[in-house]
Unconditional design. Sequence first.
Length: 145
Amino acid sequence: MIGERRLRRPSPLLALKHWTLGVCAAFVDPIITPTGLDTCGINFSGLTTSGKSTAQRLAASAWSASDIRRAGLFQSARATDNAVEALAQRASGTVLSHDELAHLSGKAAATVISGTVGKRRMTADAVVRDSYTWATFAILSASAV
């Protein structure tokens, strides 16, 4: 039926809502960081091609390259917990965008990012290193199955 087909196809209007949130999200952290609030964020979840990744690119493009293959703020969620901590610190004061949470292994990125302080680590000489710290607004995405 035509009505059923429409329900399965992502609406162009839904994409515009994601895009609007993406543009606004680019400027959330510069507003919340001076208040001392903890890292927070949103998760875009929906069908493939509903505008989730585009919204994330829009947010990241206010501060860096929006190409997932470059060293910008828009990155694949396919990363270790240690890498997520380093990426979160790099995004401090701006926006952190992780695409496709289905790639995660280990802890969920949301748990690591919301911590605002990374693990304590030691050097080979048994000296404690400074931990990664961050305050950022995170935009995560996952495709609905």
